[in-house]
Design a protein around this ligand. Structure first.
Ligand code: UTP
Length: 296
């Protein structure tokens, strides 16, 4: 029997140190690109890919993320009374998108540990993990492309991208063999290594922030030891499970921005501003006045 992917886990319990001081009292996930919090781009992608449940792994001080996806009766009444119907629809859309639940990760003990915290809410079914920092502009949406592969192989599927050789030590890197019989851009994973030194990387195929996993990842993560920095890495948990079952990688067809670092965040802001009909013209004029001429 083939299993459907309904649930998406959004790990959001990290400290966001690269955006301090902005993230001192505000979650990184709520920083905005144009006028939408980073995390909403990922949630909208999940909805557009047919998923129905979002599970946010949060920590102290991050309850505004849950509030963002909740109904805001006062705000809705205010906008209705003022006749601001377009904004009202926009605000209502957020809360009607999806069912949201959350679980706390008491200490930031790593991405693998954050995923393990969601075990009770995920249960015994395959699920997605979405790192909100990675924002895709893709058709079909990145998660949908992955779901299509998952439906064929009924095994975990990880999104990957070729990165410059100089950057391999910032990513989980894969050794793979091509699997064209499954589909274009699909590889069978032979090995994975977290943040290898440049000269030891088996390729330049880097794991990026979308995973479709099966529930056997949970015992594998439980059995995975913390690394030197005291964190349980998701890559190490997956590497353990790779001994027992096939894993696939998909080179997603689309544009990805890593909004988790300052320059990537600025690039994503410019990219989405230039694609937005309500601001693109004025923004293009502004860029021109600075001496830039490119538009999307
Ligand atoms: P990052 O490595 O980007 O860490 O985590 P971070 O804390 O968000 O940001 P910096 O590096 O300090 O600036 C990747 C993803 O994993 C989550 C983060 O919230 C982010 O979505 N994460 C990481 C957790 O949920 N828990 C952890 O213990 C670690």
């Amino acid at each position: 029997m083939s299993a459907l992917i309904r649930k998406a886990v959004f790990p959001a319990a990290g400290l966001g140190t690269r955006f301090l001081p902005a993230t001192k009292s505000q979650p990184k996930e709520m920083l905005t690109l144009v006028d939408k919090p980073i995390i909403q781009y990922g949630v909208e992608e999940a909805v557009a890919s047919g998923l129905t449940d979002v599970i946010i792994v949060t920590s102290r001080g991050k309850s505004v993320i849950e509030d963002h996806f909740d109904i805001s009766a006062d705000l809705e009444a205010h906008l209705a009374a003022k006749g601001k119907h377009a904004l009202l629809e926009e605000v209502k859309k957020v809360s009607s998108l999806i069912t949201v639940s959350s679980v706390r990760q008491g200490e930031p003990l790593g991405l693998g540990h954050a995923v393990l915290m969601a075990r009770g809410l995920v249960g015994d079914e395959p699920f997605a993990v979405v790192l909100g920092d990675d924002i895709f502009d893709a058709k079909p949406p990145a998660l949908k492309q992955m779901v299509d592969v998952f439906e064929k192989v009924q095994s975990p599927v990880i999104a990957v991208e070729r990165v410059p050789q100089n950057d391999v030590s910032s990513y989980g890197i894969l050794a793979v063999e091509p699997a064209p019989e499954v589909g274009p851009g699909v590889h069978r994973i032979l090995d994975m290594v977290e943040k290898p030194p440049r000269d030891q990387a088996p390729s330049n195929l880097a794991i990026i922030g979308r995973y479709l996993l099966t529930p056997d990842i949970f015992p594998a993560l439980e059995a995975t030891k913390s690394d030197k920095s005291g964190e349980i890495q998701l890559t190490n948990g997956m590497k353990r499970l790779l001994q027992d079952r096939p894993f696939y990688a998909l080179e997603v067809d689309g544009v990805r921005h890593d909004a988790g670092n300052k320059v990537g965040f600025l690039k994503a802001t410019a990219y989405f501003a230039l694609k937005r009909p309500d601001v693109s013209e004025a923004f293009t004029e502004y860029l021109k006045s600075l001496g830039f001429s490119r538009s999307l």
